[in-house]
Ligand binder design. Structure first.
Ligand SMILES: Nc1ncnc2c1ncn2[C@@H]1O[C@H](COP(=O)(O)OP(=O)(O)O)[C@@H](O)[C@H]1O
Ligand SMILES: [Mg+2]
Length: 282
């Protein structure tokens, strides 16, 4: 059990007391960053902010559970609903509520890794893309194609945008394939970009037809709803007065976009992260 004993140091005190607006805290592992979030959460509660208006996002279930335990240990005020959870739990819940706007059934399920593999196998068997499918070794490309699609989703690149880009089309003037996806393509798949785009589209079509989504989809579609539906965005952004994120260095592009949208104009956003392994920087 982690005890939140010990007096906060000067920097922790400043961070906990920070009134509002964006705050980024970067420090090494074990320096008390998560503690700052816990103490900030408590301070906000003591100042009368309802628990349901504070969103605290983590990457792992374990971290969410641990922070929730730490928060609840000293928060005796009636809490109602707490929003201390992983990105995926948040996005899954959001899509259950709002996914109908994109024709996603409420009853969607998260796809298993085995089913992902099978789905890709079936797509390749159906499309038989010359550069990606080899009749004697039909499964060779499955892992890298699944990886490519995962990267595309994490960079918010839809099948349509991927196709447009692969075709060199200028159908969408503001379509820019981010470096992450460009890197993933700078390998043996380069010769097969257009084919890979077709595989992505068909894979996604079949997954949705089965009423399944993967974890990256839940975030991808959450961002899409928030961008397409100003009323939903306004409601969400107004609902969460304060947003906090633990382990921010692990944030991918789609997740950082989600946070940016939720933070809205008030931008009461407090994120903490390690400085030694950052993927995206401010
Ligand atoms: N000011 C402090 N005095 C004493 N112990 C602290 C202080 N701040 C944090 N700790 C303890 O140090 C440990 C690591 O803190 P944590 O917030 O999890 O660090 P980080 O998130 O930066 O890895 C925890 O057990 C925490 O309770
Ligand atoms: Mg921590």
């Amino acid at each position: 059990m982690i005890a939140d004993a010990g007096v906060l140091n000067e920097q922790q005190r400043i961070a906990v007391a920070h009134a509002g607006g964006p705050l980024l805290i970067v420090a090494g592992a074990g320096t008390g960053k998560t503690r700052v979030l816990v103490e900030r959460y408590r301070r906000l509660r003591q100042e009368g902010v309802p628990a349901e208006h504070i969103l605290l996002l983590t990457f792992t279930e374990k971290a969410a559970r641990e922070i929730l335990d730490r928060v609840e240990r000293e928060d005796w005020l009636p809490a109602g609903e707490r929003w201390v959870m992983t990105y995926h739990a948040f996005a899954q819940r959001f899509i259950q509520e709002e996914g109908w706007l994109l024709n996603i059934p409420r009853t969607f399920r998260i796809i298993s890794p085995v089913r992902e593999w099978e789905l890709m196998r079936d797509v390749l068997l159906a499309l038989r893309p010359p550069h990606l499918f080899h009749a004697q070794r039909p499964h060779d490309r499955i892992p890298e194609l699944l990886k490519l699609i995962e990267r595309a989703k994490q960079e918010l690149v839809s099948p349509e945008e991927f196709s447009a880009w692969a075709a060199g089309a200028r159908a969408m003037p503001d379509t820019v394939v981010p470096p992450g996806v460009a890197d993933a393509l700078a390998d043996p798949l380069v010769a097969a970009q257009a084919e890979a785009a077709g595989v992505y589209a068909e894979y996604q079509r079949r997954m949705l037809a089965e009423g399944r989504l993967d974890f990256d989809d839940t975030i991808f579609y959450t961002v899409r709803v928030l961008m397409q539906e100003p009323a939903v965005l306004r409601r969400q952004a107004e609902h969460f007065e304060h947003i906090m994120v633990d382990e921010f260095q692990d944030t991918n592009f789609a997740q950082s976009r989600l946070i940016e949208l939720l933070a809205g104009d008030s931008r009461n956003l407090c994120v903490v992260g390690d400085d030694d392994q950052s993927i995206y920087k401010f």
